[in-house]
Design a protein around this ligand. Structure first.
Ligand code: ADP
Ligand code: MG
Length: 438
């Protein structure tokens, strides 16, 4: 279903600078959309047009199929439903406290005091800023400010959230937290539109990409379609995403399966063709015809370990203890992933599970889960890219636990199942809270 559309949209600034030249784009509801282009290509201007701030010189914008109107009542309606988070948080945040800042939007929508309070408290908890709600925003870190700005928009419950360069000037942790939040909002049905010149971000994250250059959209398509084609990238003065660059290099060496376009590290790992025959150093008691376990990663003899090990048949043993072995194609044994829903958080229960299931790797996804774990001094091995890293670690034989809550539980389960389906490797995965039903 189409939610937002521009038709032959052109815009010039009052000084005569042409900023948008005949832009026609169609945005599908519920998708993750990236506009990618170098500085000056027109991304910010397009976004300000999409929420009614700039009025087009030519062409039109349609929201739910209806042309945008520019009287103040229509504009209020548009801005309630199409929220925009500016590149620079200081342009967005102005109230004396974080609470007041987030309350600004819902108050302006004319909600009762009780309703505003309820919305603001829920939103602040959602973005993990409850503990800072009475602080003045200018004391915050870049990542925290960005989350306040996003909270101010989320509090109005818009259908579309547009973020102009959402990761600009954020450190890696702040950036991961913002992306976690955007994924969660999208999982709950929001259409998310971002601009960026970071091809790695756009390639790994977006469902659909528009490439911009010189005030025009020069191509559009799935991330694979856009980023596999150097012509596209050259025309937009952009580089190929690193994952694809590595993939192309190992493909040239004949080391990958004939499939296309890994978008993330688990995909990339899975695209590697497994070796069939390899040399391994084996103890003297090993004879030809024996089955032995080899560590997947190192090719070393691994008699004790079921983890990260593969069955191999010994074809030929040399006198010096080196043998030629053939990989058995049975899928090797993986570790496991447990998902702990922190909606039902109890420190004692969590420690029990970590102990009982001999958990070796704990990751937390979402601000709420990180705060709970850190408050209880539970060491987090992974705080970013949590699902993908848990998949990789479980493939290497570790028992992993993901702490998360709400819809992100389902999101993690889907991502892991999706990986299992694509790779044919079974990873035992469960939601582990025993007390959840009670
Ligand atoms: N306020 C402004 N007045 C005049 N020209 C502007 C203004 N803002 C942006 N521009 C120009 O419009 C074009 C598009 O800019 P912008 O939308 O900011 O691109 P991007 O966000 O992709 O960097 C550029 O040529 C830029 O110099
Ligand atoms: Mg910009």
């Amino acid at each position: 279903m189409v939610i937002l559309e521009t038709k032959h949209l052109s815009f010039s600034y009052p000084d005569g600078t042409l900023a948008l030249d005949n832009i026609s784009v169609v945005i599908e509801k519920g998708k993750k959309i990236a506009f990618v282009g170098r500085n000056g290509s027109g991304k910010s201007t397009l976004f300000l047009s999409m929420n009614g701030t700039h009025r087009p010189k030519k062409g039109e914008i349609l929201f739910h199929g209806k042309p945008m109107k520019y009287d103040s009542k229509s504009l209020r309606e548009i801005r309630k439903n199409i929220g925009i988070v500016f590149q620079n948080s200081d342009d967005q945040i102005f109230a004396p406290t974080i609470y007041q800042d987030v309350a600004f939007g819902p108050t302006n929508l004319g909600y009762s005091k009780d309703k505003v309070e309820d919305i603001v408290n829920k939103t602040l908890e959602y973005v993990g800023l409850t503990h800072l709600k009475d602080k003045p925003p200018h004391h915050l870190s870049g990542g925290q400010k960005k989350r306040v700005a996003i909270a101010g928009i989320v509090a109005m419950d818009p259908e579309v959230i547009i973020l102009d360069e959402p990761l600009a000037n954020l450190d890696p942790v702040g950036a991961d937290e913002v992306m976690d939040l955007l994924n969660e909002l999208n999982y709950f049905g929001k259409t998310i539109i971002i601009s960026t010149h970071d091809v790695n971000l756009a390639y790994g994250w977006a469902d659909y990409v528009f490439l911009m250059n010189e005030h025009k959209v020069i191509s559009e398509g799935t991330p694979e379609a856009i980023f596999m084609h150097d012509d596209n990238l050259k025309a937009a003065y952009l580089r190929r995403p690193v994952t694809l660059e590595i993939y192309e290099e190992i493909k040239r060496r004949g080391l990958v399966k004939p499939q296309c376009c890994p978008r993330d590290i688990p995909d990339l790992v899975h695209s590697l063709r497994s070796q069939q025959l390899l040399w391994a150093k084996v103890p003297s008691e090993v004879k030809e015809g024996d089955y032995i376990n080899l560590g997947i990663l190192y090719g070393d003899y691994a008699p004790e370990s079921g983890y990260e090990a593969a069955n191999c048949k010994v074809l030929h043993v040399h006198e010096d203890g080196l043998a030629i072995v053939e990989m058995d194609r049975k899928p090797y044994r993986a570790g496991s992933i447990g998902i702990y829903d922190t909606e039902y958080y109890s420190k004692d229960e969590l420690l029990d599970i970590i102990d009982r299931d001999e958990i070796e790797c704990i990751g937390a996804m979402g601000k709420r889960s990180k705060i709970l774990a850190e408050g209880d001094e539970i060491y987090l091995h992974i705080t970013a890219g949590v699902v993908d890293r848990s998949i990789l670690n479980s493939l290497a034989g570790q028992r992993c636990l993901i702490l998360t809550n709400g819809g992100m539980v389902g999101h993690a389960l889907e991502r892991i199942k999706d990986y299992m389906q694509k790779s044919g490797i079974n990873i035992p995965v469960t939601v582990v809270n025993p007390n959840q039903e009670s």
